[in-house]
Design a protein around this ligand. Sequence first.
Ligand code: SF4
Length: 168
Amino acid sequence: MDKILVSACLLGAQVRYDGGHCLIEHPTIARWKSEGRLISVCPEVLGGLPTPRPPAEIQSRFPILVSTGDGRDFTPQYLAGAELTADIAREHNCVCALMKARSPSCGNRTTYDGNFSGTEVNAPGVSAHELIRGGIPVFNENEIEELIEFMSSRLADTASPPSAQSDN
Ligand code: SF4
């Protein structure tokens, strides 16, 4: 069965920096959960950060630097979380991931620019980048329909009979 790696906060786990969650309520996600398809991860907790924790943003990518507004360097925890997240995805043969948009760990398309001003840049979070680099497509909570389409196309592929030659 195809598995999907999912940001734990999207499944209701209270692991966000502020101790909250961002549960998404969607019938297909609920069905996948009941089928045991969803593998829940929080890269920041996996990397050793506590909950709640100060918000951090990516300050630089080359070399990578992730820090809080008052300058605390969380880079080692973000890198460790990304490595463990990718390990878990591989271990469970996840075919794709559903990750929280804009997070410095989980954001698949944009993250904040490091100035804590709410300005977004077109670059993924540390863990999402690691997954994408490993060939795992990453969707966010605003792309559920695209994710469903992706999963349906995989199911259609596996359900199709081998192509047969026709004499017509
Ligand atoms: Fe959610 Fe990802 Fe942030 Fe954890 S690191 S709280 S899973 S967005």
